[in-house]
Design a protein around this ligand. Structure first.
Ligand SMILES: [Zn+2]
Length: 363
């Protein structure tokens, strides 16, 4: 599906080889009848090559991806050797305006792809995005954060059974890759099904632009562009790459206030303490433990919980924790932790935050 022809169009705007253009793609209309448009930058090299889209904020409150796209736009100039790069910083412009995950009709845009020309509001918007961006691309990278009120350890997700998705996910260079097709109607699942292999980055918290996440996201996108020789240089390899195809949630048993004993990216053994739940008087009520050996993928950021609420998402890696810990320690020793960033590195040590207070008495 590489853009072989010299003609490339988004909406009514033509972008010729060697050109970079900012396009406003009309996506819907205000009550006033005025157009609502998506901002999209298209960069084309003179030489033909793959077309890759990078999209963010399909959930309107997930802003880290927008920050990553901005850094790609305004960081060191991207001079493509070949191919086309489509940068879409905000694709759910409605949710973005209202600082909300959803569309104004309370639907989740990321469950309505490929959408329909004659469907509801969300379905029509999804259809336009699908036809104007996804169908014109050969590969896709979609940028997400955790939903409220949670934080995600940076991880890439994609259908690893598909060779092209596997290439993308590996080239991106995240430490943790979660294997899965994604929910029905999600952009990545439907794009991949339609012949545009797509991965997502899940990183950080909603309603924030987090510098450490920018670093990971920008590096990942540049790695993919290098992998396809759209940019010069070799992709930067991660310290270690772990795959997981299963995961599990730890849920609150009783209502109360949580104190965590683990942090994002920490490797935890089955039976290890995840959090202590206290009453409003500070009395310990129960201790939540990991049911599996795994890696802490997501944590609830709001400490108040009700029974049944998910508080910790644990990825179950395809290899043992002992082998992962050994590899990471070896790699760190050898490379002196050269990438220097905090969040992308799996944390092998047990958290220091197990306060003495909680060590008194039985768990
Ligand atoms: Zn999302």
């Amino acid at each position: 599906m590489a853009v072989k022809s010299k003609r490339f169009r988004i909406g009514t705007t033509h972008i010729r080889p060697g050109e970079t253009k900012d396009v406003y793609l009309k996506i819907s209309e205000y009550f006033t009848g005025d157009p609502i448009s998506l901002p999209i930058r298209v960069m084309r090299a003179r030489r033909s090559g793959p077309c890759i889209f990078v999209s963010a904020t399909v959930h309107g409150d997930e802003l880290n991806g927008m920050g990553i796209v901005h850094d790609l736009m305004f960081g060191p100039t991207i001079r493509l050797q070949k191919g086309t790069l489509i940068l879409a910083p905000v694709i759910n412009i409605f949710g973005f305006e209202s600082q909300d995950r959803y569309m104004p009709d309370r639907r989740d845009l990321n469950r309505f792809f490929p959408g329909s020309k004659t469907g509801n509001l969300t379905s029509r918007v999804a259809n336009l995005i699908f036809n104007e961006i996804i169908k014109k691309s050969d590969y896709g990278i979609e940028l997400h954060t955790a939903a409220q009120p949670r934080a995600n350890f940076p991880n890439v997700r994609g259908d690893m059974k598909k060779a092209e998705v596997r290439k993308l996910a590996t080239a991106f260079g995240a430490e943790l890759i979660l294997d899965g097709r994604g929910p029905d109607g999600s952009l990545r699942r439907e794009a991949t099904k339609a012949g545009c292999p797509t991965i997502i980055l899940e990183a950080g918290e909603p309603l924030k632009i987090q510098e450490e996440i920018m670093q990971i996201g920008v590096r990942g996108v540049l790695n993919v562009l290098k992998y396809f020789e759209m940019l010069p240089g070799e992709p930067e390899k991660p310290m270690f790459q772990v795959r997981a195809s299963r995961s599990t949630w730890v849920r609150a048993e009783v209502g109360g206030i949580l104190r965590y004993h683990v942090s994002l990216g920490e490797s935890v053994a089955a039976g290890q303490r995840i959090a202590t739940n206290s009453s409003v008087f500070g009395e310990k009520q129960n201790v939540l433990r990991s049911p599996v050996d795994g890696i802490v993928l997501s944590l609830k950021t709001l400490p108040m919980v009700k029974p049944g609420e998910p508080i910790c998402h644990i990825a179950i890696p395809s290899r043992s924790l002992t082998s992962i810990r050994k590899k990471i320690t070896q790699h760190r020793r050898k490379n002196n932790n050269e990438r220097g960033d905090q969040l992308s590195i799996l944390n092998v040590s047990r958290s220091e935050r197990e306060a003495e207070y909680y060590d008194r008495g039985e768990d």
